[in-house]
Design a protein around this ligand. Sequence first.
Ligand SMILES: Cc1cc2nc3c(=O)[nH]c(=O)nc-3n(C[C@H](O)[C@H](O)[C@H](O)COP(=O)(O)OP(=O)(O)OC[C@H]3O[C@@H](n4cnc5c(N)ncnc54)[C@H](O)[C@@H]3O)c2cc1C
Length: 456
Amino acid sequence: MPRRKHESLACWGNHPRYDCESARPETWHALDSSCADSEVSSVIARGLGRSYGDASLNQDAGVIRTERLDRALRFDEDTGVLEAEAGLSLKAINDAFLPRGFFPGVTPGSAFVTLGGAIAADVHGKNHHTDGSFARWTEAIELLLPTDNGAWEARWVSRDQDAELFHATLGGMGLTGVIRRCRVRLKPVPSAYIDASYQRVANLDEALEGFTGAFGDRTYSVAWIDCLTRGDNAGRSVLIGGEHAPTDSLPGELGTDPYAAPKPKRKRVPINFPSIALNPLSVRAFNACYYRTSRPSGRIEPAREFFYPLDSVLEWNRIYGKRGFQQYQVVVPFENGAAAVRTLLDRITRAKAASFLAVLKAMGASSEGPLSFPMPGWTLALDLPHTKRLDALLHDLDAISVEFGGRRYLAKDASLLPEHLPTMYPRLEEFMRVRDRVDPHRRLSSSLSRRLGLDG
Ligand SMILES: Cc1cc2nc3c(=O)[nH]c(=O)nc-3n(C[C@H](O)[C@H](O)[C@H](O)COP(=O)(O)OP(=O)(O)OC[C@H]3O[C@@H](n4cnc5c(N)ncnc54)[C@H](O)[C@@H]3O)c2cc1C
């Protein structure tokens, strides 16, 4: 009998929150029996719950928490290929492998993300335009899949072995099997530092232009936009670029051991903030302060500070209070993309939905995953406090995105309507065919998959 407990769970946005039957296996045997637990109607895997909405929730059904299956199993220094259990976090990888000169090929804006979560969401980072998404760095995946006799079987998939299932798993939001192990390629880096540059620009046009120049050619590039400014200053931004710093660019004392960067100091948000603390005035003040104090210069900074600025404040999601928040992330094709971004920002500003700085970035080629989010275009992401009116605003934003040929990121989503899914993800049928083949009885299901009609 697998061990499980009744637990109220939410993801990073703290909205929605559902009662789930959760198991936290520590061995493969326990993982297998949690998957095969006939007393729950379905199961979904969960990493560190850093998706924002309902992707790793399963209301009144099984959630398999993988964070204790987190062993690094094998590492090949010549190829950079790491074989590990799916619950290993990028933070643990950075702690162990950055001192040896290796870094994840792609990292999202938080290191508190597991390998399973990174594969299932096909995550992207500030280098999407140069290095693609996590799919490009994933060599093979071992999946646990249901069988007709109620037991689950393990199967390795890769580009050479059931490529269709391999690709569907990249961005498949955990619906094509529970990932037990994987092989991912880390990249060799010259130091644990980033040669970073910061540039302020006065409005959205200048920000978009920035990505076409030298700044856009940098391996890592992103813009933080103040989306509460209006008129000539609408969309004023700070452009942030970076390269892995070669040893000879490091100031004297750092150059002696280029991989010995200081561990980031972390603070914790002690309580859920009251909801009145966040309002257009306080957020406007924060954004203005960020814009003014951003040093327009280059500097050498520890990679972990450059990639994960928010990780230094543990549980920062509590500033949104008990009601939580949603992150809206969309990508719109470059063609008419500037008009799309402007229309979206304008709609948000008019709604007076208080939002801290939004993130804007140019994305490169898509991966092979039929449900993978990234595609060539502009991606815009912003956090919005949850209110009664928020879903209506997000539905308006979805309608605008669809009009411009855009799509919403499922790892951030808690409110997309199912009718938009086939337009946003035109390879949806391909994905569903794979699901029908490997899990016809829908033993794998989540609150997200039911909300979006992905269970068929
Ligand atoms: C501060 C912050 C910044 C972020 N920045 C970015 C960013 O820049 N780019 C980006 O792409 N994302 C970003 N994210 C989102 C995050 O990277 C993804 O949501 C990621 O999937 C979270 O991983 P997790 O381990 O917490 O998985 P969870 O949130 O627990 O689950 C996410 C999905 O993965 C599935 N899953 C997890 N483990 C397994 C497994 N073992 N087998 C099968 N499926 C599994 C779940 O079922 C679910 O569908 C950010 C999140 C935060 C909080």
